[in-house]
Design a protein around this ligand. Structure first.
Ligand code: HEC
Ligand code: HEC
Length: 489
């Protein structure tokens, strides 16, 4: 037995009992866990501890894999209809940390929605849906972004919008990698479903629905809010905007449909001090990841922004229990990258020297390949007290400041992302504006007539991807070596 295996066994044998689970939503922790927004008066004010614990908790049922229609085992749907509902998350049964991690995997894959968001049950039974939307299928024929659930015997429901829907990547060889930058084309699928609905429903009704949905992206206190454009866009324009969002980028709740964020790789998140591209959430303990998870899935719509009331009316929703959140966070911390096929060869060694020579390591500092600092976006001056409380770099990178200034996640900063795992992810930059590392280091991306290879913006026109000019002007040979080094991380 190697030392590593021995340590792993020792750590999985460690026992954890439910009394160690931190209380997620305490008044003090919730007050401290976010960086204020660039307009601090409009920083979110979340629901109280009392109101939070009044929300009923989610029951985690046993779920079953969804197959591509041509790959489903014979009689599978009948088999599902025969199954009894089974509640599979029971904290009393969790003893070792391995038990908690396994339970966390169930939570990660467990849906929070049984209504269609990106796709319906009918879509996933229809081969043409896969062809039309480019939905990836894993090599065993499964669709790792959704699950069948039995909450009532005889009723087979499709569940989605658990963490797996956005944070699972199907690699080119068909391996599904939980935690990696997701690649289900969710927003394109959403637009596809709405276009289909438009054939049957009155267009005014659909437009009204879509505009109500888009209201969550408007930014309180921002007079020239670009997100408000949806209020005057036609249904076709809004759907086109959705169709421009590629896999790996998504208009998550309280982000933006017209300025959507890249889905980050969450493998290795344990080592990051800030969560989200704008570093909105401080990450100092497992409790912070628990708060983050319930915030984004359960209660973000209940936040008040300064004097502006919650955009979505308080709804009788559900939340994860503290034990579910603890298990989920332990699972997320346990995620490891897939085996890297790129060798640390001579070219990569040359690239490493260039990486150091070019000063990349001042921000992307080894071994995490991030210094865990926040970089002020252009147009934002960090207030003096921020320098005391948060790790802020004196340098700037000059990338598109809009996500940091004109969204509900707008702290005025971008965090320095870790470069570990760039070989299995993309598109890159906070909007996923470029598809590959080659494009990221292509000086042509600074030009106004540049055709973007990643997210193109809501009009599909492309345009320059500004800022972060590091490494752009290296000789071709050095650039190749630099990229080989990055792909070996
Ligand atoms: C609808 C898609 C979607 C779902 C569902 C989703 N996420 Fe995310 N997640 C995102 C996007 C997009 C971001 C980036 C948001 C930003 O930067 O403002 C993100 C960011 C994160 C981050 C921050 C990582 C970093 O390094 O900044 C963590 C951690 C995370 N998600 C965990 C989870 C967990 C755990 C779940 C399930 C409880 C979940 N997410 C569900 C889309 C999703
Ligand atoms: C002054 C700090 C700083 C320096 C120096 C720096 N970077 Fe970055 N890097 C950042 C920030 C901040 C981002 C995120 C910008 C954004 O999304 O708007 C980033 C993004 C990236 C990304 C995209 C990552 C992703 O997942 O989307 C890569 C790749 C990268 N940098 C590589 C490099 C290399 C290689 C160098 C040196 C040639 C370098 N960086 C120098 C701060 C820096």
């Amino acid at each position: 037995m190697t030392l590593v295996v021995a340590l792993l066994l020792a750590s999985t044998a460690a026992s954890v009992n439910t009394s160690e689970v931190p209380r997620t939503w305490t008044e003090a922790a919730v007050k401290a866990f976010e960086v204020p927004l660039a307009k601090p008066l409009y920083s979110p004010v979340h629901i109280s501890e009392q109101d939070y614990y009044r929300i009923p908790t989610r029951t985690i049922y046993r779920t079953y894999p969804v197959y591509h229609p041509s790959r489903e085992p014979a009689g599978y749907q009948d088999f599902l209809k025969q199954q009894e509902p089974q509640i599979v998350f029971d904290p009393a049964k969790l003893k070792t940390s391995a038990d908690w991690i396994a339970a966390g995997e169930l939570v990660f894959n467990s849906p929070v929605s049984f209504a269609p968001v990106f796709f319906s049950a009918q879509d996933l039974r229809d081969p043409s849906f896969f062809e039309k939307t480019g939905m990836p299928v894993a090599k065993d024929g499964t669709i790792p972004f959704a699950r069948w659930v039995i909450r009532e015997k005889g009723k087979v429901e499709l569940g989605s919008m658990g963490c797996n829907t956005c944070h699972t990547r199907v690699m080119p060889d068909g391996t599904a990698v939980p935690g990696a930058q997701g690649n289900n084309p969710g927003d394109r699928q959403g637009a596809y479903m709405l276009r289909r609905a438009a054939k049957f429903a009155p267009p005014e009704k659909l437009l009204a629905q879509v505009r109500t949905f888009a209201k969550q992206f408007e930014v309180p206190g921002l007079s020239d809010d670009p997100n408000r454009a949806t209020a005057s866009m036609t249904l076709d324009e809004i759907l086109k905007a959705g169709e421009t969002i590629p896999p790996g980028v998504t208009a998550r709740s309280h982000t933006s449909m017209l300025l959507p964020p890249q889905i980050p790789d969450i493998i290795g998140v344990q080592e990051r001090k800030f969560l989200d591209h704008t570093g909105l959430v401080r990450h100092g303990s497992i409790g912070d990841l628990m708060r983050y998870s319930t915030l984004v899935q359960d209660v973000i719509g209940l936040a008040r922004y300064g004097d502006t009331p919650a955009a979505q009316p308080a709804r009788p929703g559900q939340r994860y229990s503290d034990e579910q959140l603890y298990a989920l966070a332990e699972y997320v911390y346990s995620l490891r990258p897939p085996a890297n096929p790129n060798k640390f060869d001579e070219t990569a060694v040359r690239g490493q020297k260039i990486f150091r020579r070019e000063g990349c390591n001042t921000c992307h500092t080894a071994p995490l390949y991030t210094n865990n600092k926040l970089i002020p976006a252009d147009g934002f001056e960090p207030p003096a007290d921020h320098l005391r409380y948060f790790a802020i770099s004196s340098k700037r990178v000059g990338t598109d400041p809009r996500y940091a200034l004109q969204t509900r996640k707008g702290t005025g900063y971008y965090k320095v992302p870790s470069l570990k795992g760039v070989w299995y992810r993309g598109p890159f930059e906070h909007h996923g504006s470029v598809a590959t590392l080659e494009d990221w280091f292509d000086p042509a991306r600074l030009r106004d007539d540049y055709q973007r290879t990643g997210y193109t913006g809501p009009d599909g026109q492309g345009h320059a991807v500004k800022g972060h000019e590091f490494g752009l002007n290296l000789p071709a040979e050095e650039k190749k070596a630099l990229i080989a080094f990055l792909r070996a991380l």
